[in-house]
Design a protein around this ligand. Structure first.
Ligand code: FEO
Ligand code: CA
Ligand code: CA
Length: 722
């Protein structure tokens, strides 16, 4: 069977859009095609000027909010390594030897141990992984690395599905690392998902087309692998053949849970009961639960299926009667839902997946109670009353933001019980309301007269107490055709919600809206106060406050960041922080927090937005430096920064570098990351750590006189070792 190149749409880069190759392979050209949400729903109510401003409640640098932590989540069974809540008062912005282009000092907002001088943005043509002075980087694991003792070593010229099944998959995205108890911080278990593949740069063009399909399938899925390090000053290495190591493949069984499990909407000829699905697709971001499992979002699942494409349900998810990029439908009947018996196969993808990385024999679950859409990921927080709340964005232009509230409560120490919490609960979708007159939201992203993009909002119920709240939809229909159900209740059309993460420090919720180049274009929804920019190419970040009750149906919100490069765009916004002092940032995607409550943002699409390689950024949330954006690292050419993990106490961070060298081809690669040995690029999980371990911890250069954050006392650390 002759090999065909993947049928890529090659119309070049467009500002505000990602690489054309990434469009074709990651989202099935959803990002360049027509919009799935053609519903007339465009609800956005502006409140008359002078109405109650929530500015004083959230943000504003006043630190006025002091919501007590529930406390329970700090005691998670397998919490973030070394979480240290409640510390870190002084912020001490140092004035040391910063060498970035803005001449900024190394800083340590809120007492963070991770002191660094921000790097200058790196031009998109550069094939380097860049870290701040005093730091170095190390590949923890690469695509193709053998996971098991009997796995073959990776061979660029002899890759096979058989080998790939036993090796680390392609395009690592969400990454989670949990310390193995009792190991003294020397051993950990890492979970990584593999979003999609780019066979054009993975395997030689001479490979048989049938084998290309099987290699590509084997490079999808999930990986669990143990890590080990000798001490905290050296990087982790993965442990081949370790007890917890696992690949979860497209041939592995997932259990459907929740009200839609067993319904007629999810049965197939291979699973007439509608209870078990083989495999997971399009896994993007994710989250750690308080009980030590990991959640992963099935995002662009539609791009793997050929379908009749005639029903409203199919159209709303982008399912169409056209050949897919990888052509799996020609090799396996279930990827063509035109085939008798497989009509519902695509209804079995698009869920939040839960995996227990601590038990290699466990069956992963797909939780229908959280709805079916292009889940970026999901992140959980324990509510004040003990129920758990999961936030999840539907990452497509003009789609929605969702919240799940469990029926049952979290029980400390009862892991088996907690692992059922996501199987039953209430599902909501968000409607935002601005407090400035709509005439002041002109699409330029210029601030309205009250000085803030802000307002209130409502969580609109889709399912309550096991009953559908959407006229004409059964509960099963709400959970499987969630987008259509949501259309009916009038939520706000958003600019592509990516990660949605609650801070365990403040309990505020952060939403990365990565971009939406179609906002205000043609008949599409125009700008509103929560999506204030027409042709939003650089994205923004929303800060939400659930007003003391995470299960509540009303909330306050404001925009923390309106992203872009302030040097070239006058209408960026950094929570009032001086724009000439921030690192430019575009297309926010994944979010994380450090142990002292600073927000970290990784980006996807900066090259086509502001012309720089994607990176990882720290954002100070509290004190006078609120809104300060500092770039920590930059990934190589064509790459995307994913899965950030911040271990500031160890002065280390991890990122998954996805699709380096995406725009290349076999024999003409555009990246040679991470080994730079002339072979080709490998998506890899990278650890960044101090370059000179043991030397004063490299803390360095600040003098800690700080900007003072209201409760800060300066940290006095790092007194001039640089
Ligand atoms: Fe796979 Fe929404 O990024
Ligand atoms: Ca306002
Ligand atoms: Ca993402």
């Amino acid at each position: 069977m002759p090999r065909l190149n993947l049928p890529l749409l090659m119309d070049g880069h467009t500002r505000g859009k990602r690489s054309a190759v990434t469009c074709a392979l990651k989202c099935g050209n959803q990002c360049v095609g027509s919009d799935c949400n053609t519903s007339s729903n465009g609800y956005f109510r502006d409140i008359a000027a002078g109405a109650l401003s929530r500015r004083a409640l959230i943000g504003g640098g006043t630190g006025a909010i002091a919501i007590a932590l529930a406390g329970t989540q700090g005691a998670m069974a397998h919490g973030p390594v070394g979480a240290k809540p409640g510390k870190g008062k002084g912020n001490g912005n140092g004035n040391g030897n910063g060498k970035d282009k803005a001449g900024k000092p190394g800083s340590a907002p809120n007492g963070s141990e991770l002191v660094f001088a921000p790097i200058a943005p790196v031009d998109a043509a550069v094939d380097e992984f860049t870290v701040p002075e005093g730091f170095t980087w190390h590949p923890v694991i690469r695509w193709g690395d053998p996971i098991f003792e009997d796995a073959p070593e990776f061979d660029w010229h002899a890759q096979s599905a058989e080998a790939q099944n036993l090796q680390f998959g392609y395009n690592n995205d969400y990454t989670e690392i949990q310390e193995i108890p009792g190991s003294g911080g020397r051993r950990a278990v890492m979970f990584v998902n593999h979003e999609y593949t780019n066979e054009n740069i993975m395997v030689p063009p001479t490979m048989d087309a049938a084998e290309v399909v099987e290699v590509g399938m084997a490079a999808h899925g999930l990986t669990v692998v143990e890590l080990e390090r000798k001490n905290h000053n050296v990087p982790y290495e993965y442990v081949r053949g370790a007890e917890l190591n696992r690949r979860i493949l497209l041939s592995d069984t997932f259990e459907l849970t929740g009200a839609a499990a067993g319904s007629d909407l999810v049965t197939t000829v291979e699973d007439p009961e509608g209870r078990y699905v083989l495999g997971t697709l399009g896994n993007c971001a994710g989250g750690l639960t308080p009980w030590g499992t990991v959640l992963s979002g099935e995002e662009n699942f539609h791009s793997y299926f050929r379908a009749p494409g005639t029903s409203a349900q199919e159209k709303r998810y982008g399912l169409a009667d056209k050949p897919t990029a990888r052509g799996w439908e020609n090799a396996h009947d279930r990827y063509d839902t035109r085939n008798a018996g497989y009509e519902n196969e695509a209804n079995r993808f698009g869920y939040i997946v839960e995996v227990d990385p601590w038990d290699p024999t466990s069956t992963p679950k797909k939780h229908t109670a959280l709805g079916r859409f292009k889940h970026e990921g999901a992140n959980v927080i324990i509510a004040e009353d003990g129920r758990v709340v999961a936030y999840s964005g539907d990452d497509e232009r003009f789609d929605y933001l969702y919240k799940f509230v469990s029926t049952k409560k979290y029980v400390e120490g009862d892991r088996a019980h907690n692992m059922t919490l996501l199987e039953e609960g209430d599902l909501y979708v968000a409607r935002f309301e601005g407090n400035s007159p709509s005439a002041e939201i002109d699409g330029s992203a210029a601030l309205p007269a009250d000085g803030a993009f802000d307002g209130t909002g409502q969580w609109l119920p889709l399912v309550l107490d096991g009953a559908s709240q959407v006229p004409g939809f059964s509960v099963e229909e709400v959970l499987v055709h969630t987008r259509l159900a949501a259309d009916a209740v009038g939520p706000t059309k958003m600019d592509r919600c990516e990660d949605v993460e609650p801070s365990l420090h403040s309990r505020r919720v952060y939403v990365a809206c990565t971009n939406n180049s179609n906002r205000g274009v043609g008949s599409n929804a125009g700008p509103d106060e929560v999506n204030p920019r027409t042709q939003n190419r650089d994205g923004h970040v929303i800060e939400m406050d659930e007003l003391g009750d995470q299960t509540t149906t009303s909330f306050a919100w404001n925009l923390l960041l309106v992203c872009g490069d302030p040097a070239t765009d006058e209408n960026t916004y950094f929570a009032g922080f001086p724009e000439d002092q921030v690192s430019p940032i575009s297309c926010p995607d994944n979010l994380a927090f450090d142990s002292v409550g600073n927000l970290w943002i990784s980006t996807d699409g900066q090259p086509s937005g502001i012309g720089f390689n994607d990176g990882l950024f720290r954002v100070t949330l509290d004190g006078d430096a609120r809104g300060n954006v500092e770039q920590f690292l930059s990934v190589p050419r064509d790459g995307e920064t994913c899965g950030p993990i911040i271990r500031d106490q160890d002065r280390t961070a991890f990122v998954a570098v996805q699709h380096p060298g995406e725009d290349g081809s076999w024999g003409a690669h555009t990246s040679y990351f991470p080994d730079y040995d002339g072979t080709g690029p490998k998506p890899s999980v990278i650890q960044v750590l101090p370059a000179k371990p043991g030397k004063g911890k490299g803390r360095g250069n600040g003098n800690g006189n700080g900007r003072g954050n209201g409760n800060g006392n300066g940290n006095g650390k790092g007194n001039g070792r640089g």
